[in-house]
Design a protein around this ligand. Sequence first.
Ligand code: ATR
Length: 274
Amino acid sequence: MRNAAVTGHPIGHSKSPLIHGYWLKQHGIEGSYIAQDVPPETAEVFYGSLAEHGFVGCNVTIPNKEHAYNSAEKLDDAAKMIGAVNTLWLDEAGVLNGSNTDGLGFLGNLDQMLPSWDNNGNKAIVLGAGGASRAIIWALLSRGYTEVYIANRTLEKAQKLADHFGPNTIAITWDTLGEKLGEADLLVNTTSLGMTGQPELNIDLDNLSKSAVVTDIVYSPLQTKLLRDSAERGNPTVDGLGMLLHQAVPGFEKWFGVRPEVTDELREIILKEM
Ligand code: ATR
């Protein structure tokens, strides 16, 4: 029996056990996936001894993604560029591998919900410069986007990301966002604005081309103000729930040997729990 877990602190609210539990049952796999509270102080020791704890791997969430990055003996490209690890697995040789699947989750969601999403062009605007932003910038660059504008309340953080990711990424201030919107083929919110309990994301969409795709990583509520306003003016939109579901796919495949599908039924199950 193979066992995996989602680890973080606190961990009670994670939807990951529901997602992986659904797939384990769907595929008739005798395995387990639990929520395991791992305080940051003990995280690196824990990740360094996953097998002793009975796990073949785990997901990693707040506040342990950098600890997992430090613990991994082998990192893939995504983890290296994003600078954080959300998925760990022990390979056949017992080596602890680390990846960051948030960017793949972002792409998987758009590919599934709007297969033509990247046919528009190669210019994107990413709102926010935190961990999620790093994963999405990596994803867009790996898909061939050549102009990725990073708009953030704190310009220095956007500039740091632009320096890290190179000449195809450009930091802009929140104030100049309006001008840049006219050029964008894709607009992504990676900030927490619009999430239940947070202030709304209020931006003037007047200059945004009607063909630009708009997506949000916030999935609670499913239809954020950004997505509602965009849909109302005719822009194609994709909500953030699928990113959560798709980021889980690579881990499940590594731990249990089956590549699972993100089904409508799974979406419904998670929606009911929100
Ligand atoms: P995550 O890892 O989920 O991306 P994070 O690292 O805390 O989370 O980043 C949160 C992002 O939301 C940041 O870009 C933050 O902007 P700052 O870098 O200026 O802090 C942005 N954000 C959060 N609250 C905000 C607010 N009230 N107005 C504008 N931006 C906000």
